[in-house]
Design a protein around this ligand. Structure first.
Ligand code: KE4
Length: 453
């Protein structure tokens, strides 16, 4: 019997056969072996919790290489990547210009522990692209940036308390692991053990997108609040955009109660617009933290803002902060090249918007066809499909998502070669390497994956 006759005659068998082939093709033997080994010598087998795939009920896949929109694992499975190293890969993996810059830099040595001309160029470019940043200090991670900026805010205002928002994540320093998002939310440990109550008591939380809750905290802690720190587009409870007037309202409240406004743009900086969320929403913070994209995939963070505040940072001022590898020449080469490309090609953001809108349209069409009322949030090339029918505007509403359904969807997409963030409470990212037909393939795969819910 010819193949087509067989398929016509026996459609069910065809489905079973296809599923078997898909299953057989999707092997993760090498990753599983590596994970077993890793768990004996690395806590949880990973160097950052969310990578462990804990909330999607399978062992993590170990990545061997990446290029453009793709990653390959140790079992040679190929995936379209929507994690993008959690944000840095705006231009896709192994961008040729960035690799060239790193290759050139490495010939001159890997680290000097001394100032270099490239650090000056990097600071000039950042302060040119983000007007609110008059001075900037490079560090090695987003956590280091937010930890330092809080110390600076406390030093400048001589007040101890800070306001953060439930579900927002600002890295893992003590002051922030209070109702934190990202991996802390995924693993259900938003308030980590090991944080002295004397530190935790200085971190007050309010509800994202709820200005009344913020005013209440200010009024209950008169003259004690140094700053508000906020993700201007929340990305660590999944993608949760600010509602109309929220960011402007925070600006006014900080002015009224004499506190500093800090935008944590580690994720949104150079992602949602060349000038970040502060440019997109037209709200000027006093201080900004950056990371991810400014490192072009190498370890970099930064904090910056008004000169009168930044002048307090040692050695110009008395607030101490330091770092052996701060401004590392390889990281500066990668980051500077990245920012220079973004600054020179504003069309990039138009292209990202087109591809991201194409994905949103296709996903929404699939949800409609299947009669599924799930919530899809997107700002630019950051998005999350929440498995809840409620609109997701804060931590509480994000938590109504059905994480079991998310897990089924995640695995069904993974087995079709689509690599999404392995948590309902993370944001997915699109890069300039996600061409139209890659988006088309993703939309088709999502239809099959949604049918399994
Ligand atoms: P890092 O210390 O991970 O470089 O940055 C901390 C940080 C600070 N601020 C924001 C808004 C962030 O999103 C992050 C880190 N983001 C997570 C992903 N949601 C990093 C991934 C991980 O923890 O492995």
């Amino acid at each position: 019997m010819k193949k087509n006759d067989f398929e016509r005659e026996y459609p069910m068998q065809r489905q079973i056969l296809r599923r078997r082939i898909l299953k057989r093709r999707f092997k993760t033997k090498k990753s599983n072996k590596l994970f077993a080994k890793a768990q004996a010598i690395i806590p949880g087998g990973v160097n950052s919790p969310v990578r462990a795939f804990k909330s999607v009920g399978r062992s993590p896949i170990f990545i061997k290489r990446a290029s453009a929109a793709y990653i390959w694992d140790e079992d040679r499975n190929k995936y379209i990547d929507y994690v993008g190293s959690w944000g840095p890969m705006l231009l896709g993996h192994a961008n040729p210009a960035i690799l060239r810059a790193i290759r050139e830099a490495v010939k001159r040595g890997t680290s000097f522990g001394a100032p270099t001309s490239l650090e000056v160029k990097m600071a000039e470019l950042i302060t040119k692209i983000v007007p609110s940043i008059e001075m900037v200090r490079m560090v090695n991670s987003g956590t280091e940036a937010t930890m330092s900026v809080i110390r600076l805010a406390r030093a400048f205002t001589d007040k101890d308390k800070i306001i953060k928002f439930e579900g927002c994540y600002h890295g893992h320093s003590d002051s922030f692991l209070i109702k934190a998002g990202s991996g802390a939310m995924t693993l259900g440990v938003p308030d980590s053990p090991g944080i002295p109550s004397t530190i935790a008591m200085n971190t007050l939380t309010a509800r994202y997108n709820d200005l009344t809750s913020v005013r209440k905290v200010f009024e209950e802690n008169k003259d004690q609040i140094a700053a508000i720190i906020v993700e201007p587009v929340a990305g660590n409870m999944g993608c949760v955009p600010p509602i109309e007037g929220f960011l402007q309202g925070l600006r006014s409240l900080c002015n009224e109660f004499n506190a500093l406004l800090i935008f944590d743009e580690v994720m949104t900086g150079f992602r949602v617009a060349i000038g970040g969320a502060q440019a997109l929403y037209g709200v000027q913070p006093d201080l900004t933290t950056l990371g991810k994209i400014i490192g072009g995939g190498l370890p970099v963070g930064a904090y910056g803002g008004k000169k009168e505040i930044m002048q307090m940072v040692a050695p110009a001022g008395s607030m101490y902060q330091a770092g052996t590898l701060s401004g590392n020449p390889l990281a500066m080469a990668a980051g500077f090249t990245m920012l220079r490309i973004l600054h020179a090609n504003k069309m990039i953001y138009k292209q990202l918007e087109q591809r991201s809108a194409q994905l949103e349209e296709g996903l929404r069409e699939n949800l409609q066809k299947l009669g599924l009322g799930y919530t899809f949030n997107r700002i630019g090339s950051m998005f999350t499909l929440f498995f809840t029918s409620r609109s997701v505007i804060d931590y509480e509403s994000a938590k109504t998502s059905d994480t079991a359904k998310f897990s089924t969807f995640f695995n069904a997409m993974l087995e079709q070669g689509i690599y999404l963030p392995p948590s309902q409470f993370e944001t997915a990212f699109i890069s300039t390497a996600h061409r139209e037909r890659i988006i088309e393939k993703t939309i088709k795969a999502s239809y099959k994956a949604l049918q399994k819910i």
